[in-house]
Design a protein. Structure first.
Lengths: 399, 399
């Protein structure tokens, strides 16, 4: 008998993937350039040229074994040292290479972090709206995910709900800022209050509560905005970074887990990550990709395209009567749908070749997500489709 | 409280890693070229030039999104189709791309395979001597590893022991051929008898027993030898391949799981692998590496070096009085130690800068492993160290 657990998981499909598959199918019919595919967070901006150049230079100058030989399971030491310097300089931290574990993107980092700081049956909190993949990350680690209801005012944190749910069984809190799907940034007041509450609860319960910080959009911050460095606020922080967005390389699956040097068991958590990897057949990134990243830590793609796209969409959505908070970063926007059932709303949009993702699976019904990491030209062309959609399906003036 | 399970694992160190660390330390003292480091299976033969050329050509001809964008979690379709053609042509199989799941090397494939075909508490059998990492692979999947004692005659299978241990709780059998650490190849008679026994037991117990075949050394076969394709013998076979050895790229962590099209639930097992990946934060290889592999499926490194090294060592070991079976493939040889306690034997060898791995952790005491994937020149220089070691520490004539 094959595994019951994984066979049962097959029935639950991801709505994001379903929408992306529809977009691909529709693209085969009318040309993909005519499908306004806002479903997936697959960066449109090309990789920085220096990344490709670094690979070519490495291939020409290093030995085969230096490039492709077995790398340490905790990550290549020289790569981790460069990341350490970069983080310490930028965020005034005191990481050493012993606090960095190289991972298969932020997903790999989160999955490892959850296994590091939970024991079977522990609870993990996250905040709606939340990235739906958090559910398998947490639940397959042996812990149990619970969702704190959203702060609908500005997508910060509803502290009354948070405090009520932060019971003694909770050993980890999982946050994401800049935030998918809302584009909100947790501000200093939010982070300070969160740290104070978690510190008080650690003391009250007599055990650690770790903060697992999912930060793939850390560098995707719009002008005038600032993402404070989460780990500066709370010692028991595990930062999960991915180069997917900063370098436009999600397919290469590279990132890291950074353990705050002041965290409990800070010197054990990276070696323990190596033990987790043994059980899952390893999770460390390709050596060539690690080495290329180390050569390009100070570059990022041109993120201004995302801000341009955001402004175009935000202004049009407001003009069309949508209720919508202006994103401060990421490449997502999260407007309220024009009817209560966001799935119905998004299904109607398909007739206009607008591929939007309904918010139900994000734990925050009645909204939809637009992933605008596509070409600006296509965003501009989509506006007339949005207009026709709203005018034909909804009475614009009633909003 | 951090995870008890993973914290406890920190105390058990890998003897292979310990030996490799000693070799590196000693290398700092006397120059690594003077340390006869036979500890690690890190290929010495350079990557095929076409692999590097393929990467450079891809970087020059494909778009950033084609190269580095999100790849499907089951593997890039075009890559899987090429692997399918390659396998079908070479081994007369009928795989489609739906039977291939791209993994982080053979380790990733084995870890996924174990989760696919076991439920919690099931037993998995493997055969001594066995690769020590099988223990965490199996035990952290929720199943339980049991070791069938070795066939000390020729490192095939002791079928009396195997049959006795193949109880109703066993749902998977894990084999490795060409075999680490012995260099033996399971021959046609062994594979036929194994398939017959497992088929009979499936019928008797009324449930599937899967064969998980760990095949990273499939291409490392010496002249006059032949490794039959395992999956041809038994329908319920999951083949776990890695390009680590065929392409000398262990650091790139790329391989695949190939599900026999005649296996039970053959069409479900690859999608289920995708569900497993969700829980561990993904295990699929870097997109650039997948694409480069697809361009170089028909090349391998020059494996003749390993055969040359094997012959040099085998002849010298015989001359020195060692009891030793001639390897048929891999880059390992597994002689009997010259005293009962292999750990003591290997510790004494360190004084001659011979870094050997004692066999206790392989479940077959009294032997040691030599990983001869090093330069032939160094193998030749090591012979006088072996001679001095044996002459000074043991009475050569008594063997």
């Amino acid at each position: 008998m094959v595994s019951t657990k994984y066979q049962n998981m097959l029935t639950a499909k991801s709505v994001i993937r379903e929408m992306a598959e529809f977009a691909a199918m529709r693209g085969n019919e009318i040309g993909y350039e005519n499908v306004f595919d806002f479903s997936l967070g697959n960066p449109s901006v090309p990789v920085p040229p220096r990344f490709s150049e670094a690979i070519i230079e490495l291939l020409g100058t290093k030995t085969s074994r230096e490039l492709h030989g077995y790398s340490p399971s905790l990550g290549i030491q020289a790569v981790k040292e460069k990341i350490t310097s970069h983080l310490n300089h930028r965020y005034k931290m005191t990481y050493t290479a012993n606090h960095i574990f190289m991972t298969a993107g932020a997903a790999g980092a989160i999955a490892h972090a959850l296994r590091l700081v939970t024991n079977p049956g522990d609870k993990v909190l996250t905040f709606a709206p939340y990235f739906p993949e958090y559910a398998p990350y947490v639940n397959l680690s042996g812990a149990k995910l619970e969702i704190v209801p959203p702060d609908m005012v500005d997508f910060q944190i509803d502290f009354a709900c948070f405090e009520e749910m932060l019971t003694a069984e909770v050993t980890a809190v999982l946050i994401n800022t800049p935030h998918n799907p809302t584009g909100a940034i947790y501000n200093e007041a939010t982070l300070t209050q969160m740290a104070e509450l978690m510190t008080a609860k650690q003391k009250e319960y007599g055990h650690d509560i770790f903060l697992i910080s999912d930060e793939p959009y850390r560098d995707v911050v719009f002008s005038g905005q600032n993402q404070p460095y989460i780990s500066s606020y709370y010692a028991n922080t595990l930062s999960c970074f991915s180069y997917s967005k900063s370098h436009s390389i999600p397919g290469e699956r590279i990132g890291y887990l950074a353990v705050n040097p002041a965290a409990t068991a800070a010197d054990l958590l990276v070696p323990m990550s190596g033990q987790i990897s043994r059980g899952i057949g390893h999770n460390c990134p390709a050596s060539l990709i690690q080495l290329a990243i180390a050569e390009t830590l100070d570059v990022t793609v041109d993120m201004s395209v995302y801000e341009t796209n955001m402004n175009i969409l935000y202004n049009e959505l407001l003009a069309l009567g949508f209720n919508c908070r202006k994103p401060e970063g990421t490449f997502y926007i999260f407007p309220q749908a024009l009817e209560a059932d966001a799935a119905v709303f998004c299904r109607k949009a398909l007739a206009y070749d607008l591929i939007l993702v309904p918010s139900d699976s994000f734990g925050c019904p009645g909204h939809f997500r637009i992933a605008y990491c596509i070409q600006t030209e296509k965003v501009e062309r989509s506006l007339s489709a949005f207009r026709r959609f709203v005018e034909e399906e909804y009475d614009k003036k009633s909003h």
